[in-house]
Structure formats: C-alpha cells, structure tokens
Design a protein around this ligand. Sequence first.
Ligand SMILES: *Cc1c(COP(=O)(O)O)cnc(C)c1O
Length: 374
Amino acid sequence: MKVSQEILNMTPYKPGKPISETQREYGIQDVIKLASNENPLGISQKVKDALLKSFDETHRYPDASCYELIQKLARVWNFPAEQMAVGNGSDELIDLLVRIYCEPGESILTSDAGFVAYSVRAAASRVKVQRTPLAPGYRFDLKAMAEFLRQRRVETKTRIVFIANPNNPTGTYNTASEVDEFLKEFGNHEELLIVFDEAYTEFVRAKDYKSAQDSLKKYNNVVVLKTLSKIYGLAGLRVGVMMAPLQTVDLANRVRTPFNVNQFAQAAAIAAVDDFDFIRRTCEVTWQGLDYFYSELKAMGLPYIESQGNFVMFDTLRDVGQVNEALLRRGVIMRPIQNYGFKTEIRLSVGLAHENQRAMQALREVIKEVKPIK
Ligand SMILES: *Cc1c(COP(=O)(O)O)cnc(C)c1O
C-alpha cells in the first residue's frame, strides 16, 4: 500500500521514561520520575469523590457536548461558554486546528524549541513546519516571527502560528507588550490563526506576563489553549480546553469525534477547575521546588533558565546521554530533550520536597562522575 513520505518519516512519540520500565532495566525499586511535568500532589479528595460517583454511569455514552463542564469553565474562567470546546488533552485540539485550517503542503509557524506537539500534529496532516530562531535567553522571538510572516507567509502558505506562552521545554515566556505588539499587526488577519498555548499560565510569576484570553474580545483570529494536565492534576484523564472564535468552535465540533472526552474526564474536570485550595497548594509546592532547584544548580555551577512553568531546563555542560544514564542508575528520571536539538541540556519537573532533594543529590554525584564537555 502507498503511504505518504510525511507519515513514513514520523517516529512514535517518546514520553518520559515510565517508573516500571526503569525499575526493570536498572534493577532498582526506589525510582522517582520528574520527567513529564505532572502534578506531584496527585489528585484531591474532591476529584476522587467525583470519579467514584461517575463509576455507575460507565455503561452510558458520555455527554458529547461536555455541557456541564463547559458551563462550569465559563463561570470559573469568566469566558463565554459558546466560545469553548473541550478535547482529549490539548494535544487533540492542536491536531484539530491543524486539520481544520491547513491543507497538505501548507505550513504552520512556531519557534525553534517550541513545544513538540505542533510539529508532530502537523506532520500527521502532511503540513509543513516553519520555525524562527530563538531570541537570547531561549525565548520565542515574536519580532522574528512577525518578520517571517511579512516576508514569507504567502510563499510558505503559513496558516497557523503556535506560540507556547510559557513554552515547554524552555520555561520561557513572552511579555504582555510583546504579545500586544504582535497582535496589533496580525490580530484580525483574514488568513492567519494565532494560537497561544497557555498550558502553564497558572504557574507564571513574571509580573509582565498576561494571558491572551482577553484579546479574544478584540481579535477574531486568536485561540487560547488550556490544559487540565498540569496544575489541575488530570494528565491521565486527558482534558484540554480551547477558547476560540465562534466559527472555530463550530468547526472543531464538526471535525472532532463525538465522544472525545470520556465521562471520567468530564466528571473529574468539573470537580477540579474550582478546587482552589488544591490549585493554591500546587503553586506553592511548585514555586518552592523551583527556588530550591535554582539555588542548588547555582551551587553546582550549572546554568539554568528561570522557568514560568512547573519544570526547569538546565545545562548539564556534559553529554546528556551519559548524564541521563547515570541519573537512571540512581533511580532518578529526568527528561533529556535531544529531540529539541539540545545536546547538554535536560528538563526537570518539580516534585515533592523529598523527590527534589533526591534529584539534586543524584545530580551532585553524577556531575562528578561524567566529564564536562563545555
Ligand atoms: C503539557 C503541555 C500541554 C498539554 O498537553 P495535554 O495534551 O493537554 O496533556 C500543552 N502544551 C504544552 C506546551 C505543554 O507542555
């Protein structure tokens, strides 16, 4: 059978190494995983209760419209219900946007080191990926993106711009004024959709950051993606939310599979979005963990990027394959990011205090064992 080259070129997504696999391969029981930006607090009692209650409805199809969830999100996030759609993680929403707006051979635009899902979903739809170089400090360069669009949008048939704000794996962000300036030029553009992926928006401490949510009032080509996988702790249930123009929501509802968000996911999400105590505690644990990492990394002389997410990317100054291997032998799973072109950098998610300490202890040993190459 004939298969297109774009599909043949794809490789399966490589998630953070599972704990069980590491236990098997390295013959150790005590393994910690700080590799997938998951919520270290687990799930709250409220969410557990909601899940147990929804058990008895398992024989029924879930609500295809996610009515109750969307009504709740509208209240809690202060955003019109008609302008929201829910997906099987924001991964699915990224996929839908590419399929809705791009023909094979057309392009999306993102940045070097931009979240990998954009290029993976594009490839699956035979859509090309254009990238602009990072600005100093590993930041998305919105000026370079604007210049690309001015010069090459027509020739490359670029349809969607994906801006992860904050970005994963770098943890960097773009300021409110950078975003405003970009939107002043490309907001309401008739042939361009501008997507802000705000998976980590709740963790941001930078004072000059602003969600793009309010710009949906002013511009008819802006989409904001949110996820319940990170601060809300529901990565295993897969819930992403799209805030978008009415027409985009309408199209997404036509293209998506009818029962894309299962009943457990809906029930848990309804309980999680206004679990403010859990959200506050998650922020506290995250910020404390980040500050602890910064001081330890500084003491070890390893450069890091200050992060607006629940993870930090730092430079081991060593071959990251060797560093990772040595960490795994000590039962610590971090996330090498060679797939983003980083050969000495690694990404570390914030865990509970004792996990963070163990990660830093292992790292101190490993940098003695593996020789620097920088
Ligand atoms: C984790 C993450 C997401 C969320 O993905 P889900 O499919 O909702 O779990 C989206 N964007 C970025 C940048 C992320 O890091």
